[in-house]
Design a protein around this ligand. Structure first.
Ligand code: KIV
Ligand code: ZN
Length: 513
């Protein structure tokens, strides 16, 4: 009979730690909700000891996610374990994930220990975690480069002392599929109490083999697989969960295992994560790339028209992608917008139709036709912006020419006040707008990255501006989406100012606790 593979998502921990700018609590919650809808089994939501912001996110997600097991990471340090448990304490059931380096390199040069000391540290930490939960995962960090004898020893001991899941990470993406599968097989052959725990794998993609290694390990008996959506993660990233999940589904003839993931949520979840994390998906990316289901050559198109299976091994519908023709204009009503959102797979409760409709009308007036992508972007961007935003862009005016300095005047609502400032600069209208905004907010920020991409096609596409800004040694991300690129730029900066303001509020709150 087909056995279940447990899907463990670490987009919010391993994925998030690789981003240029850390995510806000709200953004993390939005991702956790998408993962819950997708019905993954476990969400690793953070590393609570690492920062007050991470602690706060784990706590907020624990309060809001009802149907998915929540997990937090801890080193083999008492305080890490206590703080992880504290962050999830609102929950009746949660998982603590403890990790410790086990390869000679990690044991000697990173941790400056011998292997007996490593085993003792692991056992001690598992005992500590048992004070809080029975669901304990132990990871042998750098297992891919750990001798099989040492790996068997530590796996046996950690199971004996209460670890219920043992994770075998290929931390540096060093192994190849045949080798990694053999490591898992050896554990099953050599560790006497192996049947008392679930064997998990966690592969990185440094040699482009993370998904291959994961599938090989599943074939060798691993029953939990860890990864991230879109493969985000340290360096070259983690194994892309959507690829593993769809490989399991498409090749059940060979693998004889299954997951309980709602695969029709994959496409949407992937888009949400890409948008929030500011990590674009390559067009040719398996499963979720924009070309993954498009057929270009005449021979392929002809073959697909005769029978899709000629060139398609997965139906786009299985990942929630629906081929749709959309012709929404400013004459379309609210019902048409809602229908379009339903066709794309969004539930009515997931967005505010009144807010979406009013931004849709503004856009339709400017663009004429509004496409699916535009609608989705409007819904997401609206979702990300809290109605209680502290800073709101009220008005701006720019003057720019090829001969003189650019000038901008900006009016910003700041809480209960409305403030206007102007600025002049030789560096163009965006710079002038940013200078005026900075005069108003008075935050000491440094613009690190400015990126403008066209969303949609043609001259009336939306311009999406993504910026990275340094403030108090932290990086903040802002996004703005409008047909007018100066307005997008201004909104991206206002988004950053709100993120900084919120981060300052969290710090204030924590100081008062
Ligand atoms: O890659 C790794 O080894 C990890 C561990 C913390 C599981 O991310
Ligand atoms: Zn990792």
């Amino acid at each position: 009979m087909s056995e279940k593979i447990i899907i463990f998502d670490t987009s919010l921990r391993d994925g998030e730690q690789s981003l240029q700018a850390s995510l806000s609590v709200k953004e993390k919650l939005q991702i956790a909700m998408a993962l819950e809808r997708m019905n993954v089994d476990i969400i690793e939501v953070g590393f609570p000891i690492s920062s007050p912001g991470d602690f706060e996110s784990v706590r907020t997600i624990s309060k809001n996610i009802k149907n998915t097991r929540i997990c937090s990471l801890a080193r083999c340090i008492d305080e890490d374990i206590d703080v992880a448990a504290d962050a999830m304490s609102i929950l009746d059931f949660f998982r603590i994930h403890i990790f410790l380096g086990t390869s000679n390199l990690h044991v000697h040069s990173k941790l400056k220990k011998n292997f007996n000391e490593i085993i003792s540290m692991a056992i001690r930490s598992i005992k500590r975690a048992k004070r809080y939960t029975d669901d304990i995962e132990f990871s042998c960090e750098d297992a891919g480069r750990t001798s099989i004898d040492n790996l068997c020893r530590i796996v046996e001991q950690t199971i004996k002392h209460g670890a219920t899941t043992i994770n075998i990470p290929d931390t540096v993406g060093y192994t190849i599929p045949d080798q990694f599968g053999k490591i898992i097989k050896s554990l099953y052959q050599k560790v006497p109490n192996i049947d008392k725990a679930t064997i998990s794998i966690h592969c990185h993609d440094d040699l482009g083999m993370a998904v291959g290694n994961s599938i090989s390990a599943i074939m060798a008996g691993a029953r939990q697989v860890e990864g991230t959506i879109n493969g985000i993660g340290e360096r070259a990233g983690n194994a892309a969960l959507e690829e593993i999940i769809m490989a399991i589904q498409a090749r059940k003839d060979l693998l004889n295992v299954h997951t309980t993931v709602n695969t029709t949520e994959i496409y949407r979840t992937s888009k949400i994560i890409s948008q929030i994390c500011n990590t674009p998906i390559p067009a040719n990316k398996a499963i979720v790339g924009s070309n993954a289901f498009s057929h270009s050559s005449g021979i392929h198109q002809d073959g697909v028209l005769k029978n899709r299976e000629n060139y398609e091994i997965i139906s786009p519908r299985d990942i929630g992608l629906k081929e749709v023709q959309l012709n929404l204009t400013s004459r379309s009503g609210r019902a048409a917008v809602r229908h379009r959102m339903r066709v794309m797979g969004y539930k009515d409760s997931e967005y505010d139709i009144n807010e979406l409709y009013s931004s849709f009308l503004k856009l339709a007036d400017k663009k004429g036709q509004v496409f699916d992508y535009d609608l989705e972007a409007l819904a997401f961007i609206n979702n990300q912006q809290e109605s209680s935003e502290y800073f709101k862009l009220k008005y701006f005016h720019v003057k720019s020419s090829s001969t003189g300095s650019a000038e901008a005047s900006v009016t910003l609502i700041c809480g209960k006040e409305t403030i206007t400032q102007s600025a002049k600069t030789g560096n163009g209208p965006v710079d002038a707008v940013y200078r005026a905004l900075n005069k108003i907010s008075e935050y000491k920020i440094i613009l690190q990255k400015f990126q403008l991409v066209a969303k949609g096609k043609g001259k009336d596409a939306l311009g999406q501006v993504d910026i990275l800004v340094e403030y108090n040694k932290r990086i903040f991300h802002g996004i703005g989406l409008e047909t007018d690129i100066i307005e997008s730029s201004a909104k991206a900066m206002v988004n950053v100012l709100n993120n900084i303001w919120r981060a300052n509020q969290v710090i204030l709150k924590l100081r008062q606790m």
